[in-house]
Design a protein around this ligand. Structure first.
Ligand code: FAD
Length: 465
């Protein structure tokens, strides 16, 4: 048994944990990070990066299919494309591998010690890790819990065989002919649309009356329309009940109460993610919880002195950039800087087709908070750049205080709007007013002009509609 001591111990090397460790190392803090699987966590290995790689490949394939079918208005026609999914997955794995090495290099540069293995709390200052070379005990003055989240399993559809989570779906080397998806949240729809573009027949089962229930209906309408275009069957208000005979079908109760059998080669369950808080000695510490998540304050402190928690393990929004921002903040707090957390400006992107971006408050959220608002939206049908990309679906919407025009929230749905998320976050972070956005010269022709026009529209004088 080996024993080491450090000032800061980070448990979990996802985007929250590895950023906390890198920043702590940069600040001269003696830091150790423990990871049971691969550096980069869910996001880099089985989440954000692999899913966006698959989505990109699917878009390219879909475009090529249209050109081959002679239906492209661009005047380009090509031969019928052929998919080699094993090669696509190999390409995706190559990106993941390069990023893994990048994270290892950054940790090394910041002089962070990496310990491979599963951490288990002995007490609030001590952790033991079963490494390849034996038991390692680590004592630390301060500990950051960054153990992330895992897919929720349905008891009547346990993972295994044909029932897969997003992790296995992102590693399939043979395209399933028929895919049933349980859950029309962002992960289910991002992957469902990608598989449909690659040629799979996709059915989505959602218990709620509509897709992406966390967004307002206006924002999700263009996505619902695209699902129809992609011939994805959507069963809303329907409940998945069991695996069908020989594991080749999903049994469902439809909104009308009828039993329905959906034949499928794979069943992808995307009904949410749960924090990784059990089975590694954390429960025994008796930290305060917020439901299933660890309770933290505005400095990411848990209820036990010297223990911080960041990222998915602390609740919604479960997003990589939130975990990273918390990780950076906690490292600076441990170094003695004065920092606190303000979640107002966290943008969220749903990489469906078209994409959805939100930052700050929606009109309903602002009204529910008792704020009198002005709101306006600008459609991409009136945006030249969107037209040149055949991306006229969607709009940008701005929400501002009626009295002083302070921007409270910005939402967009459209092709490629993920790239506008930064501008939206910056506007909120800088406390922009409608006049600031309207008065900023936006490059032409860009979809960003839709943001400027939405601000102008809210002020009552849009120029292009
Ligand atoms: P994680 O990334 O989950 O990392 C936690 C790490 O801790 C893991 O590596 C785990 O192995 C390790 N660990 C756990 N327990 C222990 C232990 N006892 N000892 C040692 N190590 C341990 N977010 C976005 O912002 N944008 C996206 O586009 C996006 N797409 C996604 C797509 C999919 C398919 C999925 C599943 C998720 C996606 N997410 C996306 C969410 C994003 O991946 C998470 O919000 C993010 O990874 C959370 O970071 P984290 O550091 O909190 O935890």
């Amino acid at each position: 048994m080996k024993e080491i001591s450090c000032k800061l111990l980070v448990i979990g090397a996802g985007p929250g944990g590895y950023i906390a460790a890198i920043r702590a190392g940069q600040l001269g803090i003696d830091t150790v990070i423990v990871e049971r699987r691969r550096l980069g966590g869910t996001c880099l290995n089985i989440g954000c990066i692999p899913s966006k790689a698959l989505i990109h490949a699917a878009e390219e394939f879909d475009k090529a299919m249209h050109m081959a079918g002679g239906s492209s208005p661009l005047g380009i026609s090509v031969g019928k494309p052929v998919l080699d999914l094993a090669k696509t997955i190999g390409w995706k794995d190559g990106i993941v591998g390069r990023l893994n090495s990048g994270v290892a290099g950054l940790l090394k540069k910041a002089r962070v010690k990496i310990v491979g293995g599963r951490a288990r709390f002995r007490d609030g200052k001590t952790v033991e890790v079963e490494t390849e070379t034996g038991l390692q005990v680590i004592r630390a003055e301060t500990i950051v819990i960054a153990t992330g989240s895992a897919p929720v399993e349905l008891p009547f559809l346990p993972f295994g065989g044909p029932v897969v989570s997003s992790t296995e779906a992102l590693a399939l080397t043979k395209l399933p002919a028929r895919l049933a998806i349980v859950g029309a949240g962002y992960i289910g729809l991002e992957l469902g649309m990608a598989f449909a573009k690659l040629g799979t027949t996709v059915t989505v089962v959602e218990a709620e009356p509509r897709i992406l229930p966390q967004y307002d209906a206006e924002l999700t309408r263009p996505v619902a329309k695209r699902l129809t275009e992609l011939k994805i069957e959507l069963l809303t208000g329907a409940k998945a009940k069991a695996l069908g005979p020989k594991g080749q079908a999903l049994l469902v109760e439809t909104a009308g109460g009828e039993d329905r059998r959906i034949d499928a080669d794979k069943i992808l369950v995307t009904v949410g993610r749960r924090p990784v808080t059990e089975g590694w000695g954390l429960e025994e510490l008796g930290l305060d919880m917020d439901g299933r998540f660890l309770r933290i304050d505005d400095k990411c402190r848990t209820s036990m002195r010297g223990i911080y928690a960041i990222g998915d393990v602390t609740g919604e929004p479960m997003l990589a950039h939130r975990a990273m921002a918390q990780g950076e903040m906690v490292a600076e707090i441990v170094a003695g800087h004065s920092r606190s957390w303000d979640k107002r400006a966290i943008p969220a992107v749903c990489f469906t087709d078209p994409e959805i971006v939100t930052a700050g408050l929606s009109p309903d959220e602002a009204r529910q908070a008792g704020i009198e608002i002005k709101t306006g939206q600008f459609p991409f049908t009136a945006n030249a750049r969107a037209m040149t990309k055949i991306g006229e679906a969607g709009f940008v919407r701005v929400v501002a205080r009626a009295d002083n025009h302070l921007v409270l929230g910005i939402q967009a749905v459209g092709h490629g709007v993920s790239e506008l998320a930064t501008a939206f976050g910056l506007a909120l972070e800088m406390g922009a007013r409608l006049e600031d956005i309207a008065g900023t010269i936006h490059a032409h022709p860009t979809q960003g002009e839709g943001f400027q026009e939405a601000a102008l529209k809210t002020l009552g004088h849009a120029l292009h509609i």
